[in-house]
Design a protein around this ligand. Structure first.
Ligand SMILES: [Zn+2]
Ligand SMILES: [Zn+2]
Length: 382
């Protein structure tokens, strides 16, 4: 390890469920396997899952207290293990990397690691390493994450940061960005197809509006709350072509479908509406709204996972041939592709930043539900 490193660091710890984070000084962690790299955390973004974890709604997680949260962050490589793996050696000291939550120390032996899923719309991981590994850990969930000055990350799961993206711009893309990017790809759309994003003004949704437009789709953003609706409209205005933003409280899905059908010159209701929808909110109303906007043979990609689940109409899947798919983050290849895509098309999260010491204020702001992303920027001291 480099000799000029500090011996301690500050980190925000969760000491038990439903309690505020506590800032403490602890010894600097060090790489303990060939794949490990020590990074200086430059920015760390807050995800809904951090909230769910802190509320005690993820059984068995974290594995122990006190725990450092955050599974979407970005930093700079500081040091390697004494005999680094090939992947770790590729990341030189000083390289900037984005870090997602999945999957720290994939086992390399399980059915997921050995035999990746059949060809999918999502790029696969290399053999011997899968984000779906049944034995892997997760930065910020089962083990320590990014709400700290330094962190140990797995060299196989990170992605190099393109020059045009800052760390604070990269962090919110490492969970929110890759999740919505992969969900849009799972829709299986062609250029010119119509896609609806339910929850378009949230952390994932407002990124989805941008990705969807740059992927060449006709995008409809649906919201049902004032702050996120305003944010979605703001993002839409800067895009070309502009996504149509809908206030679901004021416009009925059936009327929208008829309007879209009119624009497309369609005569039967089965061919009117959207080719795919992505469900980001946890509400059944949002799910139903999305389902009723789909054409016959449409695809519903579910990203949210409410505690009590969603109810779907068997008629929709039987008579209308609607496909319902789930989507969970994406492979490391998808992560790298998403970062390059974001740099090339200037996709950015609308975000507000806080210093590490004020993480609890960030959480308070999150609970107000104002939309966009909230990020700890380590360069901010206050
Ligand atoms: Zn997340
Ligand atoms: Zn495995």
């Amino acid at each position: 390890m480099a000799s000029n490193l500090p011996t301690s660091m500050q980190a925000q710890f969760l000491e038990s469920y439903k309690t505020p984070y506590k800032l403490r000084t602890v010894p600097l962690p060090s790489p303990s396997t060939p794949h490990d790299i020590l990074i200086r955390v430059d920015a760390a973004s807050y995800c809904h899952t951090d909230f769910v974890l802190a509320e005690g709604q993820m059984p068995g997680l974290p594995k122990s207290f006190p725990h450092i949260g955050c599974h979407e962050f970005a930093g700079t490589v500081i040091s390697h293990f004494k005999s680094p793996s090939e992947k770790a050696s590729e990341l030189k000291v000083g390289a900037r990397v984005g870090v997602p939550g999945r999957a720290f120390h994939a086992c390399g032996n399980c059915f997921e690691c050995k035999k990746n899923r059949p060809k999918d719309l999502i790029a696969e991981d290399d053999e011997g390493y899968s984000v779906h590994c049944v034995d892997a850990e997760n930065n910020g969930l089962s083990r320590h994450g990014g709400f700290a000055e330094y962190a140990i990350v797995d060299a196989r799961q990170v992605a190099p940061i393109p020059d045009s993206l800052t760390a604070a711009e990269t962090a919110p893309l490492m969970c929110a960005g890759v999740t919505i990017y992969a969900a849009l790809k799972r829709c299986g759309l062609q250029v010119g197809d119509r896609v609806g994003i339910l929850g378009a003004g949230g952390g994932l949704g407002h990124l989805g509006l941008q990705y969807g437009v740059h992927m060449g789709y006709k995008v409809l953003g649906i919201e049902a709350a004032d702050f996120p609706l305003a944010l979605a409209k703001d993002v839409a205005q800067r895009l070309n072509p502009q996504p149509h933003i809908v206030d679901a409280r004021a416009e009925q899905a059936s009327v929208l479908v008829q309007n879209l059908g009119g624009q497309d010159g369609k005569t039967h209701v089965g061919e009117m509406g959207l080719d795919a929808v992505v469900i980001l909110p946890e509400s059944q109303i949002a799910f139903d709204y999305g389902m009723s906007m789909l054409k016959t043979h449409g695809t519903c990609v579910v990203v949210s996972f409410p505690e009590k689940g969603f109810q779907f109409s068997a008629r929709d899947v039987v008579f209308r041939d609607i496909k319902i798919l789930g989507s969970l983050v994406g492979s490391n290849k998808t992560l790298r592709e998403m970062l390059d895509f974001s740099a090339r098309h200037n996709v950015r999260a609308i975000s507000k930043s806080y210093p590490l010491a004020r993480l609890n204020e960030l959480v308070e702001e999150y609970n107000k539900g104002s939309g966009g992303k909230l990020v700890v920027d380590m360069t901010r001291k206050e």
